[in-house]
Design a protein around this ligand. Structure first.
Ligand code: NAD
Length: 477
């Protein structure tokens, strides 16, 4: 089997590989991927540092052309890359292709942004002096990504980093090296100079840890769990380094008495269970007012009966497997915790057997849950959701906001008054009205508040806040 190597200083390197296993079929090895050492990470940082002066001064047309070429190739290969994604992560093929298209669109967007770099020119408050405000690249950016969006998250970090003239050391999650390798290969062939983008696939505790402790990494953008995020923060403060964290969520989805039942059910099922509930924007707290509660729960139960959980690559599958055995254990442990806390398991929760050996879990829906239970406070990161019954809109809003997290928040209602009030008062970075809490555009800011996120927003024009540093220059006329 071909070994997919790491890219360091423009060379493919590495001899020892680790098998990438398909969670829909554990007999299927997706490929062999090199495992970087701390020395490799050291070389990658040195290469990115050496490449920075030239790349930071490169012409915007060169950056535009490389990013556009990468976008075109990703979009042209969407079926093949989407399949690779589904095979290594377990999302359905439709979800895998959709995520791949999004990655292509992100590169396309930032290819355009490279041609739209702007500054400001304004008069000083002192006579005969002019002021210019410009944005400059930060330097070597460390990119550390999670497994649940194997191509979109690397894309929304790598594309702006390169667009604004930074060099990159990229460490993808251990479980999904395939898509990471593929986009680095595409960018390398698109013409990136040596050392501008380095790929170090490997363990968080080795490669990631090295990056956190390297004074030559001037910025780290991290998406992943809260525990690792805290390490990134602590290490970055030590080095006075810029950092950005996107972490967990416990996103609420409110259903009011006046909701359109079909809209509410479709949105709730989508955001609680699609992508196997493994999205940071998944809603696992469904907060329902008492007038619609019983009808809503019955309709969600009916809808779930029609959901097919099976091999991600099979036609007709709605929900693929959980990503691996330890995540499956975490999900089933939380199902037991929910039962022991007194919530009622109204639907699902069983481990399923399918034609191919994989980590299949029937979506689990709890009712009679309270917002104080652990299943309502801690991120499960699987297809496990709870319905919390409340009296009215005011209690629904208070319950929605009663969480340490603040990534996404949704409401199903036909009331303009409540929709407007909710948009203003939901304590979250993103608010959805009559839409699932998951499912966002690539050209507008993404991110949260409270315990979910730290630092500037990602994506769209707002990405410039993180990937550039501002300079103010004064000139005597
Ligand atoms: P994780 O924290 O275990 O791993 C994330 C990355 O950090 C991986 O690349 C891992 O190798 C690396 N890492 C692990 N230990 C490290 C260390 N000591 N030093 C440096 N790097 C280290 O998270 P995960 O399990 O891959 O991802 C799931 C989490 O990601 C969930 O909590 C989910 O909510 C979150 N997530 C958040 C967003 C968002 O935008 N808010 C998006 C997707 C996923």
């Amino acid at each position: 089997m071909t070994l997919h190597q790491n890219l360091i200083a423009g060379e493919w390197v590495g001899s020892e590989g680790v098998a990438n296993i398909n969670p829909s079929d554990t007999n299927d090895v997706v490929g062999e991927y090199a495992r970087a050492s701390a020395e490799d990470a050291n070389s990658a940082v040195a290469a990115a540092k050496a490449a920075f002066p030239e790349w930071s001064r490169s012409g915007i047309l060169e950056r535009h052309a490389i990013l556009k070429k990468a976008a075109d190739e990703i979009l042209a290969r969407k079926e093949e890359l989407g399949r690779l994604l589904s095979r290594e992560e377990g999302k359905t093929l439709a979800e895998g292709i959709g995520e791949t298209v999004r990655a292509g669109q992100i590169f396309e967007f930032f290819a355009g942004e490279a041609l739209r770099l702007v500054g400001e020119v304004l008069p000083s408050v002192r006579p005969n002096i002019g002021v210019e405000i410009t944005r400059e690249p930060v330097g070597v950016v460390g990119i550390i990504t999670p497994w649940n969006f194997p191509i979109a998250i690397p894309a929304w970090k790598i594309a702006p980093a390169l667009c604004y003239g930074n060099t990159v050391v990229f460490k993808p999650a251990e479980l999904v090296p395939g898509c990471a390798w593929a986009i680095v290969d595409i960018l390398h062939r698109a013409g990136l100079p040596k050392g501008v983008l380095n790929l170090v696939m490997g363990k968080g505790s080795v490669v990631g840890h090295f990056m956190l402790d390297s004074p030559d990494v001037q910025a780290i953008t991290f998406t992943g769990s809260i525990g690792t995020g805290k390490r990134v923060a602590a290490a970055s403060i030590e080095y006075n380094r810029k950092f950005q964290l996107e972490m967990g969520g416990k996103n609420p989805f409110v259903v009011l008495d006046d909701a359109d039942l079909n809209v509410a059910v479709e949105a709730a099922v989508n955001c609680a269970f699609f992508s196997t509930g493994q999205r940071c924007t998944t809603s696992s707290r469904i907060i329902v007012t008492e007038g619609i509660h019983d009808r809503f729960v019955a309709a969600v139960g009916e809808r779930l009966k029609a959901i097919v959980v099976d091999n991600a690559l099979k036609a007709g599958t709605h929900i693929g497997p959980v990503v691996d055995e330890s995540q499956l254990k975490q999900d089933t442990d939380y199902i037991e915790i929910g039962k022991s806390e007194g919530a009622k398991l109204a639907f699902g929760g069983d481990i399923l057997k399918r034609d191919t050996p994989g980590f299949y879990l029937q979506p689990a829906l709890f009712t009679e849950a309270t917002n104080q239970m652990r299943i309502s406070r801690e991120e499960i990161f699987g297809p496990v959701a709870s319905v919390i019954r409340v009296k009215d809109y005011d209690e629904a809003l208070a319950t929605a906001n009663d969480t340490p997290f603040g990534l996404s928040s949704g409401i199903a209602t036909t009331s303009l008054k409540h929709a407007t009030h909710f948009k203003r008062h939901a304590e979250a970075g993103m608010v959805m009205v009559n839409l699932p809490t998951a499912g966002v555009d690539f050209h507008v800011p993404f991110g949260g508040r409270k315990g979910s996120s730290y630092g500037p927003r990602e994506q769209g024009k707002f990405a410039a806040e993180f990937y550039t540093t501002v300079k103010t220059a004064y000139t005597l006329a």
